[in-house]
Each structure stands twice: as C-alpha cells, then as structure tokens.
Design a protein around this ligand. Structure first.
Ligand code: IPM
Ligand code: MN
Length: 360
C-alpha cells in the first residue's frame, strides 16, 4: 500500500493524565501505522490548562488551525483544579466547546460495551451486564449547552435562565447518524430518548426521529422517555443497542452507562460532524488525583485511537486489530490498578506494552 496519501492527525494531550495516556495511544497508533502502512502523520497542539499557562488562551488560534489542517483530532482531556476559578472564557472546558462548535461535531459516540474479562468490574450482577453492548449517540452542538443564558437581579430576586432550543435539521442529522451506525451493527436497533410528555423540543425530537425512522426500514427505531431510560439502563441494559438523544440527556445517560459497565478507564468517544476532522477523546477526564504518577489506565485512550481509525479515517481493519489486542490483554489478566481489585497493577506504559505485544 505504499504511495498512500498522508493522513494528518492532530494530537492534543491537554492536561492531567491526558498527557500520559495520549502518549501511549500514539505509540499504539504508530505501531498500527507501521504494520498496516496507513501514512499517519502526527502533529501536536496545545489546549486546555496547558494552553492557558503557555498563551493565556484555552484554545489558541494556532491549535484550531492545526486541527483544520488535520483529518482527525486525538485529544486527552482538558481541565484541573489549578484553572477552575478563572472567568468562563478562560476555563479549560472552553477548548472543548470551541472545537465542538468550530468543526460542527454534532454527533458524539460513546460506546459502553462490557468486556467478558471485566464482568466483575460492574457494580451490577454479572447476569445483568453480560453481553451489554450499547452505543450512545449524544447530540453535541445544540440544546441546553448552547441556548441563550441569562442572569438577573440579586439576593432573593436573583434569577437565572437556560434555554433549550432545537431545530428539525439539528435533530434529523444526529438521528440519521445514529440510524446509519445502527445499520452496521448486528441488532440494527435505535432507541430515541426524549421527554416528549413534557418538553416541546422533545415533541419535535420524537416527530423528526419518526420521520427519519421511515428512511431506515431495516432499522428498528423505538422511542423512550428519558426517566424510563435511566431506569432501564440499570434494570435491563442488554435491551439497548444504539441510543440517540439530546445534548443534556446524553451527557447524563452516558455517565450512567459508564457506571453500568464499571470501567470508566475503558471508555472511548468520537465526536463527528458532516466531514472531517472528527474529534476523538477518552471519556475519563484529567484525573488530577493520579496525574503524573504513570499509573493511569491507557486503555480508553488506546481504544479512542481505534475509533479515530474507524470513524475518523475509515480504516476498519487496524481499528479492529487494536480492539482485539486490548481485549486479549484483558483476557490474559493484564490490569492497571483501577481494575485490579486492590492488587498492584501495571503502570501506564506497561499496560500499553501489553497491548502492543498482542497487536497483529
Ligand atoms: C463530557 C463532559 C463535558 C460535557 C463537560 C466537561 C463540559 O462532562 O464531555 O461529557 O458536559 O459535555
Ligand atoms: Mn459528561
């Protein structure tokens, strides 16, 4: 496959354990690149607290330009106690919002699959979680997160308001994305989650989701109220295949799904728009309590690298190879401290070595 065009990947380690785990994810991607001749070219940029310290800006224009030149973005995590007290536009999270908006990353994919080797990590009974394989598709550039906000008055007269706007077009494109993804999965089922018994935006959501469903006769689309979905995720998580929902509900339900699986250190995510670059980041955040000690679990970042190959660059074979290597390492009992049930675990680099040794 020599003569392949270069594929440019922006690497944004960010803050906290982001730096440690992204270094390992890049090591695994380089090995996949070597074996499969993918033509990957990496370039590093600053965002989050690291960028605030270096430039005063959580997301310097230079970083946005780097991302614009890239076909995919691999990001560690942004934030930390050091930067928690700045004004809104000077907080690390701002980097995430800017990137989500700048690249129109309206669909956030958060897979929550139980690995057979880690059934015991779930707080639920093994017979309830065995075989769970859920993909949450969260709308990421609309709704409560981006609606008008206001704050008026003072003291007991103080009042605040957030607004929840959605247009048919914003709903349609994310539900379509969910149905397209469901089509490529064995069960071909989509649960569209809303609060249509109360919210007008949810009634629109349900209408549009119903229209999209008719475009996908081969996908079974069902509707579920968000409170019931929260219950069903714990009660009978195996019923779900793809879940599609709005920004706020998706934020909450995806953390709940992580809790059901019980291994946040294993959860990757992909944020996609109509065209590249997509943004790929592990779900776990910066974990300031363990940052800098070389003990963080790199598997979520490594699995995020696999999503980058699959959804960011359309490279299924190396993506699947990385996922297989991770599962094999887990089956062989390789564990970082977060998953070792109190026994000493492998460090960050050693766990990545365990994956590399099983990558074929
Ligand atoms: C997430 C995070 C972010 C969000 C925070 C850090 C703003 O919780 O990616 O789920 O709410 O989108
Ligand atoms: Mn969240």
């Amino acid at each position: 496959m020599s003569g392949n065009p270069s594929r440019h990947v922006a690497i944004i380690p960010g803050d906290g354990i982001g730096r440690e785990v992204i270094a390992e994810a890049v090591r695994v991607l380089r090995e996949a690149d070597r074996r499969y001749e993918l033509g990957l070219v990496f370039a590093e940029g600053l965002a989050g607290g690291a960028a605030i310290d270096a430039t005063g800006d959580p997301i310097p224009e230079q970083t946005v330009a780097l991302c614009r030149r890239s076909q995919a973005i691999l990001l560690g995590a942004c934030g930390g106690p050091k930067w928690d007290h700045g004004p809104r536009e000077r907080r690390p999270e701002q980097a995430l919002f800017t990137l989500r908006k700048a690249f129109g990353l309206f669909a956030n994919l958060r897979p929550a699959a139980v690995s057979a080797a880690l059934l015991a990590a779930s707080p639920l009974r093994p017979e309830v979680v065995e075989g769970v394989d859920i993909l949450i598709v969260r709308e990421l550039t609309g709704g409560l997160y981006f609606g008008a906000q206001s704050r008026t008055g003072a003291g007991e007269a103080a009042a605040a308001m957030d607004t929840l706007p959605y247009s048919a077009c914003e709903i349609r494109r994310v539900v379509r994305k969910a149905c397209q993804i469901a089509r490529a999965r064995p069960r071909r089922k989509v649960t569209s989650v809303d609060k249509a018994n109360v919210l007008e935006t949810s009634r629109l959501w349900r209408e549009v989701a119903g229209e999209v469903a008719r475009e996908f006769p081969d996908v079974a689309v069902e509707h579920m109220l968000v409170d019931n979905c929260a219950l069903q995720l714990v009660y009978n998580p195996r019923q779900f295949d793809v879940i599609v929902t709005d920004n706020m509900f998706g934020d909450i339900l995806s953390d709940e799904a992580a809790g059901v699986i019980g291994s946040l250190g294993l959860m990757p995510s992909a944020s996609l728009g109509e065209e590249p670059p997509g943004l790929f980041e592990p779900v776990h955040g910066t974990a300031p309590d363990i940052a800098g000690r070389g003990v963080a679990n790199p598997l979520a970042a490594i699995l995020t690298g696999a999503l980058l190959l699959r959804y960011g660059l359309g490279l299924e074979a190396p993506a699947a190879a990385i996922e297989r290597a991770v599962q094999q390492a887990l089956r062989d009992g390789q564990r970082t401290a977060d998953l070792s049930g109190g026994r000493p675990g492998l460090g960050t680099a050693a766990m990545a070595d365990a994956v590399l040794a099983r990558l074929h």
